[in-house]
Design a protein around this ligand. Structure first.
Ligand code: SF4
Ligand code: SF4
Length: 181
């Protein structure tokens, strides 16, 4: 007899994602709560492609699946992360359970949150926030960054993206450290 447990989101959809996790994925650099979490998050990211269909869920998702804070499919910080999710939905004009392509979701997050300097408004009280603010990773097919995109974002030091991209030009012009992915 198999002892493999079927988890609810695996039965329904392999790509359920908490809305605020689009931001966490943007900043992920191989660190996390424990090795199992890091390995799972790495695999989730590797399996996300531009045309992957995401179902937005305000609840446990494919990243929570291996997180030590996930107790019986409920985050130990549920009130806080629910607030993050709802803020992302509101800023991006999306709604819970909406199905959206990964590319479109990334672009909305970049345009309406990162490029609008609203990361702190979403998750300013997250324990990782100072790290994410310092390493603002530009995601999506960026062709324009407003001149005041990061005005007031005093902790921003590094922008990472593709070599030769507009982001590199922007970073160098505005005195940010640029690193290639
Ligand atoms: S369980 Fe909570 S802390 Fe862990 S990944 Fe999910 S939302 Fe984040
Ligand atoms: S500050 Fe926390 S919630 Fe916000 S993107 Fe970073 S890790 Fe995710």
């Amino acid at each position: 007899m198999s002892n493999t447990k079927l988890r609810p989101h695996h039965v329904l959809c392999h790509s359920k994602l908490r809305p605020h996790h689009v931001l966490c994925i943007s900043f992920f650099e191989g660190k996390g709560y424990n090795p199992e979490f890091v390995q799972n998050m790495t695999e989730v990211i590797e399996n996300l492609h531009d045309n992957t269909q995401i179902q937005l869920t305000v609840g446990a998702d494919i990243i929570c699946d291996k997180c030590p804070n996930n107790k019986e499919y409920l985050c130990q910080m549920e009130d806080k992360v629910r607030r993050y999710d709802e803020t992302v939905l509101s800023l991006c004009h999306l709604f819970e359970n909406q199905v959206i392509g990964w590319k479109e979701l990334k672009e909305l997050a970049f345009t309406r949150i990162l490029n609008a300097n609203k990361l702190k408004a979403v998750c300013g009280d997250c324990c990782w926030n100072s790290i994410c603010q310092e390493k603002l990773t530009i995601n999506g097919d960026v062709s324009v960054i407003g001149a005041n995109a990061f005005y007031g974002c005093t902790e921003l030091q590094t922008i990472s993206w593709i070599s030769g991209s507009f982001a590199e030009t922007y970073a160098k012009k505005n005195g940010y450290i640029f690193i290639t992915e």
